[in-house]
Write a protein that binds this ligand. Structure first.
Ligand code: NAG
Ligand code: NAG
Length: 367
């Protein structure tokens, strides 16, 4: 039975003799990528575990296969009882879990909580949507953009960010050289096409999107647009997340204004931010702004991440302790929160690093 299951794989390998011709999108050193993945993305990794390299886009088995054949393979696989209720075991689309995680694990982000849930739920429950879902996360580092991307991945896919249906691109690491933009364009298009062929509901995450070359965004723009298909492939079930710090200053200003005028942070509404974000994103230096992504109105939702305050940092610290099975006392949480730097100089209201690296920092404050 086991061998039988491997048959199509052997078949595929013989057809695609160039399978082992590994063509990663850029020669990112494994070590460096692991470092980023484990530290910034806070993936579950041990120092020597190189699992994370699977995140580096690679040429793989399916591209070039007729889609019909893939469907037949799927049916055959299902006939062996390997299919799930959803039709695809890799996809869980757990909206209840998404709502719960956004509510319980994300701190100080009432707007992101509401917008992300609404956008993802609307998209998942409407299989006839006429374009992929495109969200743009904005805010300072440490405010939870990556964290929310992980929460989305964890609830939509059985294997979370490690799923073969999730692809993470970190602009400065995958596309470091401006002179290679034309090469990257081809590779990125091919990677996106391959992924979507293999998994129509692929989640593409572009971290540090402010550093993406405009040419790169424009190269993938057709995939995000309202087309039935591009070269015979249908991209309408794909999800694109762009994470950037564009507009971070504007968001912080609005939050500070609210505080100065004695209003509740939770009363900040999308209307207070959205047009400023859009304007900022259009004006900002760098790829994101000059690309057609913004002018072409392809972003479905701008998602603002507010700067975090002392009380939010404490909640992050509490989560980090609980995740290690330690019940922290209030004084310890205060110590952790006090060790962060707060800005602006006068008000000392916002943590300059948000909740970034709190899980690492708590090592120094074991209760
Ligand atoms: C990638 O980097 C390694 C070492 O860093 C080097 O040996 C290898 O030739 C590089 N590959 C390409 C295709 O540049
Ligand atoms: C969805 O997530 C919730 C909360 O995490 C969990 O209790 C539930 O079992 C999940 N449902 C499925 C179908 O995985």
């Amino acid at each position: 039975m086991f061998l039988l299951r491997l048959l199509p794989v052997f078949w595929a390998l013989s057809v695609r003799a160039d399978f082992f011709h590994f063509d990663s999108i850029s020669n990112v050193s494994t070590y460096y990528f692991n470092y980023i993945y484990c530290n910034i993305w806070e993936g579950e990794c041990q120092p020597n575990q190189d699992d994370a390299t699977q995140q580096v886009p690679a040429r793989d088995l399916w591209p070039g296969f007729p889609q019909d054949y893939i469907r037949m393979l799927n049916e055959w696989y299902c006939s062996l009882g390997q299919c799930c209720e959803s039709g695809d075991c890799r996809i869980t689309n757990n909206i209840t879990g998404l709502a719960r995680d956004l509510q319980q694990k994300l701190h100080g982000q009432h707007l992101a909580q509401a917008v992300v849930l609404k956008a993802v739920q609307g998209f998942i429950e409407n299989p006839d949507s006429n374009k992929p879902l495109t969200l743009s996360f904005h805010g300072w580092s440490g405010t939870g953009k990556n964290f929310v991307a992980r929460i989305v991945a964890d609830n939509l896919y059985r294997d979370g960010v490690k799923s073969e249906c999730v692809r993470l691109f970190i602009a400065p690491f995958h596309f470091p050289h401006v002179r290679l933009v034309d090469v990257y364009k081809g590779q990125l298009r091919e990677a996106i096409r391959d992924m979507v062929l293999r998994c129509p509901q692929t989640l593409f995450i572009f971290d540090e999107a402010e550093k993406l070359h405009p040419g790169l965004i424009d190269a993938i723009k057709p995939y995000m647009d309202h087309y039935d298909n591009v070269d015979g492939v249908n991209y309408r079930r794909a999800i694109f997340l762009f994470l950037s710090n564009i507009g971070g200053a504007a968001i912080n200003e609005v939050a500070l204004d609210f505080w100065h005028s004695g209003q509740n942070r939770e009363d900040i509404g999308m209307e207070d931010l959205e047009h400023r974000l859009r304007a900022d994103a259009m004006e900002a230096q760098g790829g994101f702004s000059q690309s057609q992504l913004l002018s072409g109105h392809l972003i479905d939702f701008f998602v603002p991440f507010l700067p975090l305050e002392y009380r939010h940092v404490k909640r992050c610290a509490r989560d980090a302790y609980l995740a290690r099975g330690i019940q922290p006392i209030e004084a310890t949480l205060d110590e952790v929160a006090k060790a962060m730097l707060y800005v602006p100089k006068e008000e000392k209201l916002f943590s300059a690093q948000g909740c970034k690296s709190i899980p690492q920092r708590i090592n120094f404050f074991l209760p």
